[in-house]
Write a protein that binds this ligand. Structure first.
Ligand SMILES: NC(=O)c1ccc[n+]([C@@H]2O[C@H](COP(=O)([O-])OP(=O)(O)OC[C@H]3O[C@@H](n4cnc5c(N)ncnc54)[C@H](O)[C@@H]3O)[C@@H](O)[C@H]2O)c1
Length: 256
């Protein structure tokens, strides 16, 4: 796939899915704005990807802070003149506990990052794409947007919201020629699942992994690559006629 000179913003860029997507967009010729919490990790990623000064921007940003979201969007427009692709991907899993034991702080944390931070991104990126009459947004949702999962209610709530907002944003954006789609991974073999496994069973995280794997007809977690492939496809010219769609990358979980 060719993304020569396309300008791509990725949030959660130093995480498993974000970094793999960044690598693939860079290999395909894109210019990148990489957004995540930790500047040191962002700089490491830039070195790892061998990016040239003129081809990237890094922004340390907590997506819960609206003014920082506005800033990474404006800085991208200022440096590169446009925004072609927005991978709205930053997210947290939160604590693992039944609803009756939920700490309100955890509920606020997960909803603030996964809904509000995600929403702020759309609020500031979409007007620039509307002006261009062109652009493609890929929201990272989850199979958690379709199902329940004991112990993960705030995360489940947030990903259901991401799907609803994706469909609404797609409808609001269609008249401007801007597409908005969601990628919905099942469990992915990266830090987020390692955290969930440990939080669910500190003494035997492997057993949690085995349990999750048994829920997947293909019998394994997704790789970051599996998810990045779909993100790049949705961002590409090949997906021009897709909008408001929700793409499961789940090894067959949705067929059950
Ligand atoms: N890992 C999975 O099993 C899985 C499954 C389905 C969906 N997802 C979704 O994929 C997306 C990417 O996660 P991942 O799998 O790469 O996990 P990850 O934990 O490796 O990456 C998440 C990234 O988001 C960043 N982030 C967290 N809070 C932030 C904030 N407030 N501001 C800015 N950045 C923040 C983290 O620093 C991290 O780099 C998330 O939205 C997640 O919910 C993950």
């Amino acid at each position: 796939m060719n993304f020569n000179n396309k300008v791509v913003i990725i949030t959660g860029a130093t995480g498993g899915i974000g970094a793999e997507s960044a690598r693939r967009f860079a290999d395909a010729g894109a210019k990148l704005c990489l957004v995540d919490l930790d500047m040191a990790k962002l700089k490491e990623l830039v070195l790892d990807l061998h990016l040239l000064e003129e081809d990237y921007l890094v922004k340390a940003c907590d997506v819960r802070k609206e003014e920082l979201v506005k800033d990474y969007v404006e800085a991208t427009k200022e440096k590169f003149g446009r925004i072609d692709v927005f991978v709205n991907n930053a997210g947290v899993e939160g604590e693992v506990a039944p609803i009756v034991e939920t700490e309100t702080e955890n509920l606020d944390f997960v909803l603030d990052v996964n809904i509000k931070g995600f929403y702020f991104g759309l609020k500031y990126v979409l007007p620039i794409m509307y002006e261009q009459k062109e652009g493609s947004v890929i929201n990272t949702a989850s199979v958690a947007g379709f199902i329940g999962s004991p112990g993960l209610a705030p995360y489940i709530a947030s990903k259901h919201a991401v799907l609803g907002i994706t469909k609404t944003a797609a409808l609001e954006s269609a008249a401007y020629g801007v597409t908005v789609n969601a990628v919905c991974p099942g469990p992915v073999d990266n830090d987020m699942m390692r955290n969930i496994e440990k939080k669910a069973s500190p003494d035997d995280p492997e057993a949690v992994k085995t349990n999750f794997e048994q829920m997947v007809p293909l019998g394994r977690y997704a790789t970051n690559e599996d998810v990045a492939h779909t993100i790049l496809f949705l961002a590409s010219d090949k997906a021009k006629y897709l909008t408001g769609t929700l793409h499961r990358v789940d090894g067959g979980m949705g067929a059950k």
